[in-house]
Design a protein around this ligand. Structure first.
Ligand code: NAI
Ligand code: MG
Length: 396
């Protein structure tokens, strides 16, 4: 079979370190690929006025599959101040390149699995009957709509007159906001389209069917947010009835769901939600299985897919002489890439190796040792990023 080409986008800070380690693990597992470097991140903003250069977009158009580390993002004004002086006042405006990638390629389906590793000291525990301690096994996959809703970017402060006039046609706006001066209004919209809602729901149900999950839980707030959440709930019911009768559809509200995380997380299977609520509930579940060092994700569109840990560039650790961060989130994201390109047996071998290292408990990064991240954690017995990857490779 022809060798695949993967667009490797390290980005900034620890993104570079963890991506290198993930590629070493992929090599060791016998996955044969060529990696081309995709420039992305802060360096390219400062030097070129664009954190997502066109050449990177072209590489993804050509090769379709990307592995992404993490980027550093800063507010607009701070970003402008760090731009190369030769580029200042030329109209360059900073915006996050990973959000840009999701939008450019319409990577509308985001999957974030959260599965307990046996023996992980960071696993959530709770008190059971008679003061016992229980460690529920979490095995959840969150499907998050990735391009619309509150992150769709349709927002204004002091909205244009036409927008204001349109809002004034709504009785609730007249009642609650018409006394506020227009220039004191800030508006962020939550727009759901039927097509994108259908796609995320179907992806969730398909995942449940393929991997044998009993239920799909829609985690929104249809009783209050009647139009968007309401439409999603109606469509989910219809889809379940017509196409997935063997799978149960559960409906929870995002606020109650967050409370139930610590009560019965083992009861849930596939969760599906809009952009914002999906982001919230996936971070919540990630906290139960070890946090950012373990949280992996996939961003999938019809043409292109990009796989990334959900953590950021952790700038405070970026310049440590020996990197201390946990590479498992990145390596597990690379496994999701392998699943996606029909290399699941290789992905499963890597996941088994990760599970063995964690269960054995000899090699643990600082987060797993419950230490505060500082350069001296290595002296105190924490594994470095490289040592963790080496331990996984040794199991392979
Ligand atoms: P962050 O995820 O970089 O770090 C938050 C905390 O989690 C850090 O204190 C670090 O101790 C810990 N952490 C993160 N990754 C870890 C790992 N692999 N192993 C062990 N501990 C880990 O988020 P923060 O500090 O809010 O943001 C830093 C920069 O990253 C910002 O510029 C932010 O905009 C950007 N960011 C980028 C994301 C992306 O590229 N998708 C996502 C989130 C933040
Ligand atoms: Mg998040």
């Amino acid at each position: 079979m022809a060798k695949r080409t993967i667009v490797a986008m390290p980005g900034d800070g620890i993104g570079k370190t963890v991506l290198d380690e993930a590629i070493r693990v992929l090599d060791a597992a016998g996955f044969e690929a060529d990696y081309v470097q995709g420039d992305i991140g802060w360096e390219f903003w400062c030097k070129e006025g664009n954190p997502l250069p066109d050449r990177t977009i072209k590489l993804l158009e050509e090769h379709k599959i990307g592995l992404f580390g993490a980027i550093t993002s800063k507010p607009k004004d701070d970003a402008a101040a760090e731009l190369d002086p030769a580029l200042r006042d030329k109209g360059f405006v900073y915006s996050s390149p990973i959000v840009g990638l999701r939008q450019h390629f319409n990577l509308d389906i985001c999957a974030r699995p959260c599965k307990t590793y046996k023996g992980n000291p960071l696993n959530f525990v709770r008190r059971g009957v008679g003061n016992t301690i229980e460690e529920p096994e979490v095995d959840v996959v969150i499907y998050r709509q990735n391009t619309e809703g509150l992150y769709g970017g349709v927002e204004w402060s002091d909205p244009p007159q036409q927008v204001y006039d349109a809002l004034m046609t709504h009785p609730k706006f007249v009642k609650n906001f018409s006394h506020v001066p227009k220039n004191e209004l800030s508006i962020s919209t939550r727009i759901f389209s039927k097509n994108a809602t259908e796609r995320i729901l179907r992806a969730a149900f398909e995942h449940a069917r393929k991997y044998g999950y009993r239920s799909v839980t829609l985690c929104e707030k249809p009783n209050v947010i009647r139009e968007t959440s309401g439409m999603m709930f109606k469509m989910a019911k219809q889809m379940q009835k017509n196409d997935y009768p063997e799978i149960e559809l559960w409906n929870t509200n995002i606020d109650a769901q967050m409370m139930w995380l610590t009560k019965n997380p083992e009861d849930y299977g596939v969760i599906v939600a809009g952009n914002m609520f999906g982001d919230i509930v996936s971070d919540g579940f990630a906290g139960l299985i070890g946090g950012l060092g373990f949280a992996c994700s996939a961003n999938m569109g019809e043409q292109v897919a990009v796989f990334e840990p959900t953590h950021g560039s952790a700038p405070k650790y970026a310049d440590y002489p020996v990197s201390i961060v946990n590479p498992i989130a990145m390596i597990a994201s690379a496994c999701m890439m392998l699943d996606f390109i029909d290399e699941k047996p290789t992905a499963d071998r890597i996941r088994t190796a990760i599970a063995e290292v964690i269960e054995e408990g000899k090699v643990r990064t600082y987060d797993m040792m419950k230490m505060t991240g500082r350069p001296d954690v290595i002296e105190k017995g924490a594994a470095s990023t490289r040592q963790m990857a080496d331990a996984i490779i040794a199991k392979l």
